[in-house]
Design a protein around this ligand. Structure first.
Ligand SMILES: [Zn+2]
Length: 151
């Protein structure tokens, strides 16, 4: 709550939204409820463990997922707390893939030139990357049917 209040002060000063909670606080029309008591497993009085914080964040993320599912756009949370970049990527793979395809269609010339320059500038890297790519493909093939997601 302290962080959300600090965000609100920033939002009022700059007009920039750092966290959507600012809009909720600004409306002055909200109730604060505890949805669950979720104590640490570490049993210390004042916990500073990153592991516990992460566990708490992931729990918050579960609530956010539920609310997003139930209320859609009405859920003010944008970010799913505790989710790793890799998980986000896997969950949004279709969306990112479509965007990437669109981009490569509309920026063909630019991409071609960028790749050409890269090859000229870093020939060693290009050889190493091609080799790594072939190895990954070989690995993927050997894992066929195992439902392996690789990014
Ligand atoms: Zn703890």
């Amino acid at each position: 709550m302290k962080r959300h209040r600090d965000d609100l002060v920033q939002y009022r000063r700059t007009g920039k939204i750092h966290c959507y909670s600012s809009l909720v606080l600004e409306s002055n029309d909200y109730v604060v409820n505890t949805v669950e008591l979720y104590p640490c497993e570490c049993d210390t009085q004042v916990c500073t463990s990153d592991e516990c914080k992460q566990r708490l964040c992931r729990r918050e993320g579960e609530y956010i997922r539920q609310y997003k599912k139930k209320f859609g756009e009405l859920c003010v949370n944008r970010r799913i707390e505790g989710r790793t970049g890799k998980e986000r990527h896997i969950e949004n793979f279709e969306k990112y893939n479509v965007k990437a395809k669109e981009y490569s269609k509309t920026h063909k010339e630019e991409i071609y030139l960028r790749n050409k320059n890269y090859k000229k500038k870093y020939p060693d890297r290009v050889v190493a990357q091609a080799k790594a790519y072939r190895e990954r493909q070989r690995f993927k093939k050997s894992c066929d049917g195992m439902n392996l997601i690789e990014i």
